[in-house]
Ligand binder design. Structure first.
Ligand SMILES: [Zn+2]
Length: 290
């Protein structure tokens, strides 16, 4: 129920003998996640791991509240993400510059997490939940340098986090997730290839839902990034502003989904705008370095 509606941000509960939650949404929707877990019989000492794939607000914003509720949960995150869970103030300021005060209020400010609850996870580490379920971490940078995905070993499923793009049920077109400040195109493609090489059948995606036909979907994602590189690159060369580019790509997504642009939900138009800002920044950075 991120931003008060279903179908925007997913969290995944994995249960063996122990339970893990991969991603947990915004701070503002933490209570609905806790309520859902309680309704499913999971009380204060029944969640053993909280596993934010990365520390963006839609994935780890609620982590502090959940850590407070689920007293035994060990919070595992990539080393580069850890300081931001212990002290979210820098992250909060950075996100505020991107999203503005009105949206930040809707997202909710994350609570800090005691360092004693936090542990590092980097690449290729196993977390056994018992009952035959083991998670294996995959370092999948590109969307963010500290981004992790999790393979559910032997099940054909990978919880991707934002290593793959968004396809919202309401507007079923693929939109790349390429935000500032650390989006990196070759790393993002490399991470998708790593996920593809596991040969998953299902992707558990945050935006939104379980997606089948994983191989084709990853190929589609890689193509979409390459198309954006060409399209955004040429629009920038023509002097088009990032706001105009975001408008053009939002209209195009609407058209592809068979919808009129003014019916595009704000969470999608904001996502496209943020992705365009990140992609633009990436292209400008490599142009300067060349
Ligand atoms: Zn996200």
């Amino acid at each position: 129920m991120a931003l008060g509606r279903p179908g925007v941000v997913a969290a995944y509960l994995l249960s063996g003998k122990e339970c893990a939650l991969i991603d947990m949404g915004y701070q503002s929707s933490a209570k609905s996640v806790i309520d859902d877990l309680e309704e499913n019989g999971l009380g204060a000492d029944n969640i053993d791991y909280l596993l934010p794939t990365h520390v963006h607000l839609d994935h780890s914003g609620g982590c502090g509240s959940l850590a407070e509720k689920f007293v035994n949960a060990s919070i595992r995150v990539h080393p580069k993400g850890m300081p931001h869970l212990a002290d979210p103030s820098k992250l909060w300021v950075g996100a505020g510059e991107l999203f503005g005060a009105r949206l930040m209020e809707r997202y909710g400010k994350p609570q800090p997490i005691a360092r004693s609850r936090l542990r590092e996870v980097s690449n290729n580490e196993e977390i056994s939940l018992g009952g035959g379920l083991t998670l294996r971490s995959l370092w999948t940078p590109g969307h963010a340098s500290h981004h992790l995905s999790y393979e559910l070993e032997g099940t054909g499923s990978v919880a991707t986090g934002d290593a793959v793009g968004m396809i919202y049920p309401n507007v079923p077109v693929l939109v790349p997730t390429t935000p500032p400040t650390s989006f990196n195109l070759p790393l993002a493609i490399g991470s998708m290839e790593r996920i593809r090489d596991i040969r998953p059948t299902r992707l558990l995606t945050p935006h939104y839902g379980v997606m089948v036909d994983a191989t084709n979907l990853i190929a589609h994602n890689i193509r979409a990034l390459k198309e954006w590189e060409i399209k955004i690159g040429s629009l920038l060369k023509d002097g088009t502003s990032t706001e105009q580019i975001a408008r053009i790509l939002t209209d195009e997504s609407a058209r592809r989904a068979g919808k009129s642009p003014d019916t595009i939900p704000d969470y999608l138009s904001v996502s496209i705008r943020v992705s365009v800002l990140g992609f633009t920044r990436y292209l400008e950075t490599i142009a300067k370095a060349a």
